[in-house]
Design a protein around this ligand. Structure first.
Ligand code: LMR
Ligand code: MN
Length: 443
């Protein structure tokens, strides 16, 4: 054991550091117990020499302190010292360069410094051009910073040398599919890459997002039975909660059913407040609609027609300006804790004009339930010409009436009746604990 440690330490030690290796080793060992003193010792070495190991040890000590005292500032100095190792360039042994780079990336991502992380990955690729994992990491990091063009580029490059790289295939497919818009050729390419990539079962490909977009892409190409097979496969692999419920951000134990009664939600009086005031709510919605304040839905879910919305709350935040135009509606929301604090949902008016079809889709999370309150429903509307399908249930809207569904289940909307306005209220799934409601990241 001892020998292995010595060997690995040596692989981190360049010729200059070898001269002081026993000091460095001693400081490294005391670092666990006393990172503060270790920092002082590393610093005294760094006063007289550019020691890669001292920079690295200092970075690790600072990282440990930052965790103990929960300080971002100290974490940032740790990151700075990992970068110092990299800045020393050629004099740093390969193994140490790699360790410092990997740590820098991990800590930068944790701190949200995603663009800086891209630079470090590039530095590592420069040093280790043969390592395929680094290129994959760079591609993913480009996606994280929203640079899809560079991401596409790098995955294409990986596929030139390794055409069966499943990780690159699914990522390239994902990029093509999600940017395809009305471009059917690009959509087909995306679907084809996704499907080939998933078939490899390579590490990192069995992800909900890839099954989700492959199924969705196939559906949009009219290949429904293939889409269903993908969804079934995702369900069988426990990547989806079920064939119908395909949210990605889930809390596992929560009760899953497509349609809920008011009683089942437990939020009876809050929901009844909307019903009892529906006419005032409608007045507010109509006034906003007539003033042309609604905006187009932006998630590329619409197949045909017009589907616009006016948001009142987003991710648990009140949109003050918008609420000024809907004071009664927002005052009702204000009393509804599980809705106004829902960081995984929205509260909005939704208008759907005659001639609209919304592609089948499922919401991102099973942590919310979605109530719809009918405000304006055409006289001629019925379950054939104005309908919401949730899994294999058909719902329709009635003025002044409310229904609740779980939008993590596959759903689809058609309006061939007349113009329809509803109020949509997302609320926390009733089985979430208050701790979860306070800490789940927003969506
Ligand atoms: C949806 O949430 O997908 C739709 O039901 C919204 C709407 O306006 O009907
Ligand atoms: Mn929806």
């Amino acid at each position: 054991m001892l020998q292995i440690i010595e060997l690995s330490y040596q692989s981190l030690t360049n010729a200059e550091d070898l001269i002081i290796i026993s000091d460095l080793d001693k400081i490294d060992i005391m670092r666990e117990e006393d990172p503060h003193t270790a920092v002082e010792h590393y610093d005294s070495i760094l006063q007289t020499r550019n020691s890669p190991r001292a920079f690295y040890g200092k970075a690790l000590a600072l990282l440990q302190i930052s965790r103990n005292v929960k300080s971002n500032k100290i974490l940032e100095s740790a990151i700075f010292n990992f970068k110092e190792v990299l800045a020393l360039g050629k004099i740093v042994p390969d193994a140490l360069f790699r360790l410092a780079g990997d740590e820098a990336i991990q800590q930068m991502k944790f701190r949200g410094f995603n663009t800086q992380a891209v630079k470090v990955i590039q530095t590592l690729i420069h040093r280790f051009p043969e390592d395929p994992m680094l290129k994959q990491t760079l591609g993913v990091q480009y996606l994280i910073i929203g640079d899809n063009k560079s991401a596409k580029n790098i995955f294409e490059k990986i596929l030139i040398t390794n055409p069966e790289n499943g990780f690159a295939l699914v990522h390239l497919g994902f990029i093509l599919k999600t940017q395809s818009g009305d471009n059917l050729h690009e959509l087909e390419m995306g679907v084809s890459y996704l499907s080939r990539g998933l078939a490899t079962r390579a590490e990192g490909v069995l992800e909900g997002n890839f099954f989700f977009h492959l199924g969705d892409g196939l559906r949009r190409l009219g290949r429904f039975s293939e889409a269903d097979a993908v969804y079934q496969e995702g369900a069988d692999l426990n990547i989806f909660k079920s064939f119908w419920q395909r949210s990605i951000y889930n809390v596992d134990r929560l009760k899953s059913q497509p349609i809920w009664t008011i009683d089942e939600t437990t939020y009876v009086s809050n929901l009844n407040n909307f019903v009892n005031n529906w006419k005032i709510i409608r007045l507010e919605a109509e006034k906003i609609f007539k003033a042309r304040k609604f905006e187009a839905e932006s998630e590329n879910l619409k197949d045909s027609g017009t589907w616009n919305q006016f948001e009142l709350y987003r991710q648990g935040r009140k949109l003050e300006k918008n609420c000024q135009l809907a004071p009664t509606t927002c005052s009702i929301v204000e009393k509804f804790e599980a809705a106004k604090t829902n960081r995984r949902g929205q509260i909005k008016f939704s208008v759907m004009l005659n001639g609209t079809h919304v592609h089948a889709h499922s919401g991102p999370t099973n942590c919310r339930l979605r109530a719809h309150l009918g405000l304006v429903v055409p006289d001629n509307a019925n379950e054939n010409n104005l309908k919401l399908r949730v899994a294999d249930n058909i719902l329709t809207w009635k003025e002044g009436e409310l229904f609740i569904f779980d939008d993590s289940f596959d759903h689809e909307v058609w309006n061939n009746s007349g113009d329809r306005i509803v109020l949509i209220v997302d609320m926390w799934h009733p089985e979430l604990t208050s701790h979860e409601r306070n800490t789940l990241p927003s969506i």
